[in-house]
Design a protein around this ligand. Structure first.
Ligand code: SF4
Ligand code: SF4
Length: 184
């Protein structure tokens, strides 16, 4: 009773709080002023999808459907028709991004390096339609998020560790750490 009376009289709890405030006032901030200060995406970050283009600006996708077959969320929908030269023509390529779990299987499954996951993560919207990506939007994402060298480096770094990266820095090849799969 006496102790709590002293605390009330001398505002000890308030003084303790102020002391804590002053102690931390001049320390570097541990938070960021998002969205003004953004967190840079880490290498291999799996953000919004994009359909890759080749050097001539043509869509790389040939409509084989492997990405859709591997997708655990079944959110990739591809519609093709047969072209004049009996090759498939991709009429529609759509991803329901709301259902995507960003596992990256589509990227790993694609034998042509045609589907990618960009570093872009700020795409909240009030409309569900905005998250339904069609072919045109996905190709536009390539232009927006993979311009210049970024597009070229994307596949080398993260998605082909058993081929190109195995010849490079061994520390970068994740499979070299699996017992029995050491680099020879
Ligand atoms: S990241 Fe995974 S869930 Fe999303 S579209 Fe690709 S395979 Fe499907
Ligand atoms: S993105 Fe790749 S795996 Fe998917 S349909 Fe196109 S070529 Fe095939």
């Amino acid at each position: 009773m006496k102790n709590s009376l002293i605390k009330i009289m001398f505002f000890t709890e308030i003084l303790k709080g102020m002391a804590l405030t002053f102690r931390t006032l001049f320390k570097p901030a541990v938070t960021r002023r998002y969205p003004k200060v953004k967190v840079p995406a880490q290498p291999g970050f799996r953000g919004l999808h994009a359909l890759a283009k080749d050097n001539t600006g043509r869509m790389k996708c040939v409509g084989c459907g492997l990405c859709g077959a591997y997708c655990p969320s079944q959110c990739i929908h591809i519609y093709t028709t047969e072209g004049e030269d009996h090759n498939k023509v991709v009429d529609r390529y759509e991803i329901d991004v709301v259902r995507c779990i960003f596992c990256g299987f589509c990227v790993e499954a694609c034998p042509f390096g045609a589907i990618t996951l960009s570093e872009h993560y700020e795409y909240s919207n009030y409309s569900r339609d905005a998250f339904y990506m069609n072919k045109e939007k996905l190709l536009g994402n390539w232009d927006k998020y993979f311009e210049g060298e970024k597009g070229k480096q994307y596949f080398k770094k993260f998605w082909r560790p058993l081929t190109e990266d195995f010849k490079g820095d061994p520390a970068q090849a994740m499979f070299s750490k699996i017992p029995g799969k050491e680099k020879r």
